[in-house]
Design a protein around this ligand. Structure first.
Ligand code: FAD
Length: 463
């Protein structure tokens, strides 16, 4: 098995040759140079080339296309951002928050449309989304969510259902109530990312793999910015930084993002008899109200993917392959599968993996282009990147083309997040929030009392 296939079930089953493409071979000139062959970089290349097929687009990738979060995620292609509409409204106004939210619904549909336009078999299936409260403690949070959607005019997209009604769709132990919508899809992230890479190559982009970017330079007197690599610089009037969590490894962006691991376990294919007990026929994406986050999806071949956070942040924000596995968190996720679905008490787990999310200090994603420096970027999606990267591709395309469109008026555009604290304060703050949110989840599950929303950890993590 190619070593890259061991990164995730998605890359293993992408049906693509994962051998690295040739690297950069000396100083290279382009019209647009992109750092990163994940969904952000690839969607950006796709929309740029769709607008202008003559553009020379060079994508520089340290590993292979899909090596990062794009090839490892929980398969949710869902609306919403990591930042709430209320907070966007406070920062940018009610109308901007509403337009932003609408753009997230549109992004889900655009992923499906673009995949079918481009002939990518990404397994896109719009089965909807279910957020459950297991026990009474999450119910006030679900009620707050629906009030928030109503306030911004999206209430008719959501329904609060009780346990009996939910059982018609999926049977999960201990559910009290659930928030249901039809707006989310599930995808095969490996086929999506690897397929998109093949498509942009056919459109004329060059993807140079096995090439590490060590820094970048804004436009100089010659009008060219550059990606600095270990194999020669890639010079272009426009440079796009699309490395999400890994951007924190570049000295110039080190404190812009904290890499925070999300981890996943995957079951063997569940038997037909077990599926008959569980239901989940429509393959909705599923999550719960726990503050430390859990997310589930059902694969095309009948496995259950269960993801969550819990791996500890490490001093100085290092990113290493060995952090992709964290025994205690993976074991906890397996226990959750058995608790949620008692019929799976003897199920086997065939895969476990993980990867870093990019977390900005203010939880606010950024899609930006500065024509003066030639530097564009999109980053900071936290755990909501599968549809948002597609939006990013279209926003960056418009910004780079100099077009003024509804997309370039969205409140994420040209946002600047403040830097994270220097160490060890960053470490102390993040570790405290991780620990305290976990404790709060345990306490609320035990007592059935909802979290107050006022604890220090909730305020640190509030978004
Ligand atoms: C375990 C996990 C589960 C998730 N689940 C979901 C989910 O279910 N739904 C959802 O919407 N989002 C989810 N996310 C988030 C989502 O996957 C990401 O937001 C999205 O894929 C980010 O895409 P990207 O292209 O910006 O970054 P990435 O996919 O991380 O791509 C960045 C690329 O840049 C390359 N790179 C980085 N630094 C350099 C360098 N210096 N030189 C050259 N190349 C470099 C990397 O190798 C990588 O290939 C999840 C993330 C993880 C880790």
């Amino acid at each position: 098995m190619n070593d890259h296939a061991s990164i995730s079930f998605w890359l293993e089953t992408a049906g693509d040759d994962l051998s690295p493409r040739p690297p950069i071979d000396g100083t290279t000139d382009a019209d647009v140079a992109i750092l990163g062959a994940g969904m952000t970089g690839l969607w950006t290349a796709y929309y740029l080339l769709r607008r202008d097929p003559s553009l020379r687009v060079v994508i520089v990738e340290r590993a292979i296309a899909g090596f990062g979060a794009s090839g490892r995620n929980g398969a949710w292609c869902a609306p919403d951002l990591n930042i709430s509409m209320s907070r966007l409204a406070r920062l940018h106004g009610e109308d901007a928050a509403r337009r932003m939210q609408q753009a997230t619904y549109d992004a889900v549909d655009e992923v499906g449309r673009a995949c079918s336009e481009a002939g990518i078999d990404a397994g896109f299936h719009k089965g909807g989304e279910i957020i459950v409260s297991r026990g009474p403690q999450g119910v006030p949070g679900l009620e707050d969510s629906i009030r928030e959607y109503e306030r911004f005019g999206f209430g008719d997209r959501y329904r609060l259902v009780d346990a009996a009604e939910l059982e018609g769709r999926i049977r999960i132990a201990g559910v009290t109530r659930a928030l249901v919508s039809e707006d989310a899809a599930v995808v095969h992230p490996g086929r999506l990312t690897r397929g998109l890479a093949r498509v942009v190559e056919r459109m004329g982009a060059r993807i140079a793999e096995g090439t590490a970017v060590t820094g970048f330079r804004p436009k100089d007197a010659s009008g060219r910015a550059a990606l600095l690599t270990d194999r020669g610089d890639v010079r272009a009037p426009v440079v796009v930084l699309a490395g999400e969590a890994y951007l924190s490894e570049l000295p110039q962006l080190h404190r812009q993002l904290v890499p925070l691991w999300s981890l996943i376990v995957l079951t063997e294919p569940v038997t037909d008899a077990q599926w008959a007990e569980i239901g989940w026929v429509n393959r909705e994406v599923v999550a719960s109200t726990r503050l430390s986050v859990d997310y589930l999806s059902r694969t095309e071949d009948g496995r259950i993917l269960f993801g969550g956070r819990g791996a500890p942040y490490r001093l100085g924000s290092p990113i290493r392959r060995e952090y992709d596995r964290h025994g205690p968190t993976h074991e906890r996720l397996k226990r959750f599968v058995r608790e949620w679905f008692p019929v799976l008490r003897d199920v086997r787990f065939t895969h476990e993996w993980g990867g870093p999310l990019g977390m900005p200090r203010d939880w606010h994603p950024t899609m930006a282009f500065d024509p003066a420096t030639g530097i564009a970027t999109s980053r900071g999606y936290v755990g909501h990147g599968v549809s948002t990267t597609n939006l990013a591709g279209r926003v960056l395309d418009d910004l780079i083309a100099g077009a003024r469109t509804p997309l370039t008026e969205l409140p994420l555009v040209n946002h600047r997040s403040r830097n994270w604290e220097i160490e060890p304060f960053r470490y102390l703050g993040v570790r405290y929030a991780q620990w305290a949110l976990g404790r709060l989840d345990e306490r609320t599950a035990r007592t059935g009392m909802p979290p107050s929303g006022a604890s220090l950890a909730e305020r640190i993590a509030s978004h």
